[in-house]
Ligand binder design. Structure first.
Ligand SMILES: Cc1cc2nc3c(=O)[nH]c(=O)nc-3n(C[C@H](O)[C@H](O)[C@H](O)COP(=O)(O)OP(=O)(O)OC[C@H]3O[C@@H](n4cnc5c(N)ncnc54)[C@H](O)[C@@H]3O)c2cc1C
Length: 267
């Protein structure tokens, strides 16, 4: 099933540069991008995501696609490797239009192209973004919500909670690699209960402990909206459990495989 997406009303390729980086917690780093072209981004908040473009190691600069329609990917793939940028999906964690800045929070998971770029990013390095819209679209009559994420979608859920109305009632399950990655300062409405799950050296694949926790949770009754994202097995597992074991209508569940164990993101 294709995810339901609220596409941006208008968008274009935007070239920015790194303004600064900061280690958020041991397994997360935040890269702040900035530049005058940010005025072309229409911030929607919540889980608004972008395609993030950055140069491959050894490239002198960043070659951005010029097409701002669906043909951009073909254009990137047709570039010779010497000029083709890396492309990955990331969430806009925060945006500060008045300063022309946006933050992206990278979950660090090894020696991959995105993690290496985030860890090596220096002020002035080029990076590009292309708005992909948002997928957190709760119906107005949902009485309660269930939000589930592994570390790749923790930035999205934290942004959702910051932008949520004060009336939000939700059970939130967030998995991180270590206890030291748990945020103490989550800005969330009073009716939100956040359950942090830290793997802390467990051999479990990301998402597995959280799927178990959701299966065992006492979830309140009533019309609900679920948003689950992270490793593909977590997202599909949550949906399967809710539909099969709890009788939740499929239409009340939004689920997104942000990445797949053992597979690189295309691009
Ligand atoms: C809409 C959307 C929004 C996203 N937002 C964010 C975000 O804000 N922050 C964020 O950190 N991620 C986010 N992701 C996930 C991110 O795009 C993927 O994790 C991506 O694969 C990272 O690229 P990479 O170069 O590090 O690894 P890849 O080259 O894609 O993969 C290399 C290896 O790493 C593994 N891998 C990939 N991601 C992870 C992970 N998170 N943990 C463990 N192993 C992994 C793969 O299975 C593969 O074996 C988002 C994904 C989507 C679709």
């Amino acid at each position: 099933m294709l995810p339901k997406v609220q596409s941006p009303k208008s968008r274009r390729m935007i070239t920015l540069e790194v303004r600064r980086t900061a280690r958020t917690t041991p397994n997360f780093t935040t890269v702040t991008l900035a530049g005058p072209e940010l005025e072309h981004l229409l911030p929607t908040g919540f889980d608004q995501a972008v395609r993030l473009f950055f140069p491959r190691a050894g490239q002198a600069g960043l070659t951005m696609p010029t097409l701002s329609n669906e043909a951009w990917m073909a254009q990137v793939l047709l570039l010779p490797k010497a000029r083709r940028p890396w492309v990955r999906n990331y969430t806009i964690r925060r945006v500060r239009p008045e300063l022309g800045e946006l933050d992206i929070e990278f979950a660090l998971h090894g020696d991959t192209v995105a993690c290496a770029w985030a860890l090596g990013a220096r002020p002035g390095d080029p990076a590009g973004v292309f708005d992909m819209g948002l997928t957190y679209l709760p119906p107005p009559d949902a009485e309660r919500q269930l939000l589930v994420a592994d570390e790749s979608a923790v930035p999205a859920v934290l942004a959702i909670l910051e932008d949520a109305p004060a009336s939000l009632a939700a059970e939130v399950f967030l998995e991180v690699p270590e206890t030291a990655d748990i945020r103490k300062d989550v800005a969330a409405p009073e009716g939100v209960r956040v359950h942090w799950i830290a793997r802390d050296g467990s051999a479990a694949l990301p998402g597995r402990l959280t799927l178990d926790a959701v299966k065992q949770a006492a979830l309140p009754q009533g019309r609900s909206y679920t948003w689950a994202a992270g490793e593909s097995g977590l997202a599909t597992g949550v949906r399967r459990h809710l539909v099969r074991d709890r009788g939740v209508p499929k239409s009340d569940i939004a689920f997104y495989g942000y990445w797949r164990h053992g597979r690189s993101s295309p691009g």
